[in-house]
Every structure is written in C-alpha cells, then in structure tokens.
Design a protein around this ligand. Structure first.
Ligand code: BGC
Length: 288
C-alpha cells in the first residue's frame, strides 16, 4: 500500500464537517479575534462566523488578507469588520474595542490569538527580540483581555444569546509547558500566558466570565513552515507527534467554537491541548 505520511485520508470526512458547521452555536454573538489575517487566527475567525457570530478580524499589517477573511465570513452570512491594531499598544487596543462596540453593539467572545516568534540562541538574543515577543504574546493578551472584561462587566449576561457574560479564549501553545531551547522568549510568553489565564479565570468566574486557553501543537501555518515544508523536516517533526500527522488550523477553529459556546459552560480556567500527543513525552514511545 502507498505510504501516506500526512494521514490526510484519516481526517474528518467532508460531509461530516459541513454538518457540524450547521450547528449555529454562536448566533447573535460578536467575536473579536486578534491576529486573524492568517494561520490559526484566520481559521478561528472563519469557524466562529460559520457558527453564527459576527466577527471582528484584527490584523497588524496584512490588510488585504484580513479583508479577505472578513469577506469569507460575510459569504457565510454573518457580519465582519477588519480592524488594524497592534495588540501591544494600549491606545490601539482600546480603539479597536470601541470600533467593535460601535459596529456590533458589544463583544461577547475574545479570542486572543496574535502571536509571534523571534528565535535566537539565548546568548545572542537581543532586548528587541525579547521585548517584541513578550509585548505581542503576553502584554497583548493582557490588554485585549482587560478590554474584553471591561465590556463584559459593563453589559452583563444577555440570556438570549449565552448564559455567560463573556468568554475569553487565549491561544497559547504546547510551549506553555514544554521548554523550548532557542525560543526562550516565546516559551516564557506562553508560560506567562498560562498563569495569566488561570488567575484571570479565578478572578472573574463569579461574574460569569469564562476564561480558558487552547494550546495547539504543530499546526500547519506560516509561523512554522520550516518545521514541515521539506520531507526531512516533516520526518523530524513526526518524532515529536505520537499521532503522526501535522494539525490543521481548522481543527483549532472547531475547538474554539465549542469552547466559546454554552456547551462548555462549566469549563473554566483550563487549557485544551490540541497537539496529537506532543505533550505526552514522545521520547518514551520506545524508551524508559
Ligand atoms: C509554535 C510552532 C511550533 C509548535 C510546536 C507553536 O507554539 O509557534 O512554531 O511548531 O508550537 O512546537
């Protein structure tokens, strides 16, 4: 039999996926997704739109791509607004939330996804590399979550759309728990995000605000092209993935819909790891 190492033939069959997408779990709600012009953010924005939400498509520089995502969401029957903002900039984040509330009345769901890597051996890492990664990945998550919580508290529960006053989903990484040599700034930002998420979840739960994270593993996106684009790189990567295939951004999108919906109303302060088993100490498949 032909050897197929991406296991594409084992993914959810196409007729099943559209059937799941007809579950309009988020009807009447508005979601704001940061870093939504490409990769995981894009897939989440599209999936939330298909699930019935209006979507604010945040981007930092790729206006054309962000508009294309907004058009795709409009094509699925929802409203969408592309908004440029650097999530590390307080004034820009506040202006983005103000624009969202002006356009859609409120924000019900924040997906704090914007994230970057600037990798370097530790002894060569510059303060610019350290600061930019921490500023986008962690300060950006703080600034966006703070605006979201302020809006959720202002508005309170709207029982006609959700039993919660609001939902925050941080897009973290397996590197909130897996150390990553050569990527110390990135791993530090995601480790920080884990306790930002848990501490915030504890603080605002009584106000019926649900805060959780999704921790993706190796997902096929522009951020990690080098890890999968050549057969050699792909083979090396698969040593780290017990499930022996790379993940697709749409798989994170489907999980975000579920985590944003009332199906998961009792899920508070947890990380949903979606990684094909990357966090299962794959070295022990044959060792130990
Ligand atoms: C990183 C990717 C990496 C993956 C698994 C993600 O958080 O952004 O570059 O492939 O973790 O290591």
């Amino acid at each position: 039999m032909e050897k197929r190492n991406d296991y594409a033939h084992l993914r959810l069959p196409e007729p099943v996926v559209p059937a799941l997408q007809t579950l309009v779990l988020l009807k009447g709600q508005t979601a704001l997704v940061t870093g939504a012009s490409s990769g995981i953010g894009r897939a989440i924005a599209v999936a939330l739109g298909r699930a019935g939400a209006n979507v604010v498509v945040n981007y930092s520089s790729k206006a054309g791509e962000a508009e294309a995502v907004a058009d795709e969401i409009r094509g699925s029957g929802q409203r969408a607004l592309a908004v440029k903002a650097d999530v590390a900039d307080e004034a820009q984040v506040q202006a983005m939330f103000a624009a969202a509330v002006r356009e859609f009345g409120t924000v019900d769901i924040l997906v704090s996804n914007a994230g970057i890597e600037k990798n370097a051996p530790f002894h060569e890492m510059t303060t610019a590399q350290w600061d930019r990664v921490l500023n986008v990945n962690l300060r950006g998550a703080f600034l966006c979550a703070r605006e979201a919580v302020r809006e959720f508290l202002r508005r309170g529960v709207r029982p006609e759309v959700s039993v919660a006053a609001g939902k925050i989903i941080f897009i973290s990484s397996v590197h909130e728990v897996i150390p990553w040599a050569g990527h110390v700034n990135y791993a530090a930002s995601k480790g920080g995000m884990m306790l930002l998420m848990k501490s915030l979840a504890q603080e605002v739960a009584e106000q019926r605000i649900r805060v959780n994270s999704i921790a993706p593993g190796a997902i096929r996106t522009p951020i990690n092209t080098a890890a999968w684009e050549t057969p050699q790189a792909h083979a090396e990567l698969m040593k780290l993935v017990p499930y022996k295939r790379i993940g697709e951004a749409e798989e994170i999108g489907r999980a975000a819909v579920w985590l944003a919906s009332d199906f998961t109303d009792y899920v508070v302060g947890t990380t949903l790891t979606i990684d094909g088993g990357m966090t299962l100490y794959p070295g022990f498949e044959a060792g130990g």
